[in-house]
Ligand binder design. Structure first.
Ligand code: ATP
Length: 238
């Protein structure tokens, strides 16, 4: 098991953002957490990255308890997140943003990074075209691609994606999901948080539905896509 989240609870002050959350991400799979706004999806990813403090429960990565592991060290161990709202550096060029993704790597010399640049720019040819431009000049879809590309520069074994389809036109949404599939087929395990449940479930080996901080359903992507309650609340009832 690559990632195991066990009985996890996280608070913001008195607000319980997630409660007793347990789920697993097997190596090589795509696992998705779906649910409405505020269900606790982002909080879960941030806690795995080490950006939020655990109130109770544990996160295990490759069997190791991450409680005392710093966020930077987690990236070095292979956990890399593409954040919600993209979080790119608008004043830096596309190339510089990608280089930032590798900043905790011990081998971040030009030769070592070359294959990773190659991988990212092959996945996202648009970024190659815009490599010297300030990231702030990119369109929303291109910024999303850059955020994913930057996360890949850390050579993750586990890629955490927070709402990669947010704010994108339908055609681009389709493209982003296709690229996520490709990243996965190249051997990277993916934990995907999405409000776009239909698209996410189609690609997921396993899926969990969160409601107000708790898991209320789980199954294969196909099982959840066929679940009456999921269909009514999250798939437009069709
Ligand atoms: P979204 O898609 O809107 O990000 P989400 O499922 O990712 O939704 P979270 O952002 O994890 O949900 O939020 C879970 C709960 O924690 C919500 O009740 C939210 O209001 C609360 N919350 C999130 N961030 C903060 C914060 N910085 N301070 C206080 N409460 C927060």
């Amino acid at each position: 098991m690559l990632l195991e989240v066990r009985d996890l609870s996280v608070n913001y002050g008195h607000i319980e953002a997630i409660r007793d959350l347990s789920f697993e991400v097997p190596e090589g799979t795509v696992v998705t957490l779906i649910g409405a706004n505020g269900a606790g999806k982002s909080t879960t990813l941030k806690t795995i990255s080490g950006l939020r403090k655990i109130r109770a429960g544990s996160v295990f990565y490759e069997g190791k308890d991450l409680a005392k592991v710093s966020p930077d060290r987690r990236v070095q161990m292979g956990i890399s997140q593409s954040p919600e709202g993209r979080g790119i550096f608008p004043g830096m060029t596309v190339r510089e943003n990608l280089e930032m993704g590798a900043y905790v790597r011990r081998d971040r010399n030009t030769a070592a990074l070359a294959p990773d640049f190659e991988r990212v720019l092959t996945l996202f040819p648009r970024l190659q075209e815009r490599i010297k431009q300030p990231a702030g000049n990119l369109s929303g879809g291109e910024q999303q691609m850059l955020a994913i590309g930057r996360a890949l520069m850390a050579q993750p074994r586990l890629l955490l994606l927070d709402e990669p389809s947010m704010g994108l036109a339908p055609k681009l949404i389709h493209q982003i999901f296709r690229i996520i599939e490709e990243i996965n087929s190249q051997g990277t395990t993916v934990l995907l948080v999405e409000q776009n449940a239909a698209q996410a479930l189609r690609r997921a080996d396993h899926a969990y539905l969160l409601e107000t901080g708790e898991i209320v359903r789980s199954g294969t992507g196909a099982e959840l896509a066929g679940d009456a309650a999921v269909r009514a609340a999250y798939l437009g009832g069709d």
